[in-house]
Design a protein around this ligand. Sequence first.
Ligand code: FES
Length: 109
Amino acid sequence: MSTDQGRALGGSCTVTYGADQRTFAAQVGQRLLDVILANEPDHRHVCGGNGYCTSCRVRVEAGHLSPPNRTERERLGSRCGELRLACQSHLIGDVTVIPMVTGSLIDWE
Ligand code: FES
């Protein structure tokens, strides 16, 4: 079986992440957020991966993810596609993403 635009489910792929272009090994079909958190535990995911907060959002620099679902279209509006919610996106091949929320969400100083 293969995905619409990508490789066979369960096949290997990579997630290239962040400005420093770290590369994480992954499998087609995995949720993007799970791959990121396994390698970068500080990636923001305030609502726990339930599609409410948008703090997990990433900009897609290269590659493809599963088609945006209704939650992503509602949360991201016209920027959906360029931006994706890592908690709602699944891998269909190699992808390069940049996190959009970094550092503390609340400035305590
Ligand atoms: S973790 Fe909250 S929308 Fe993805």
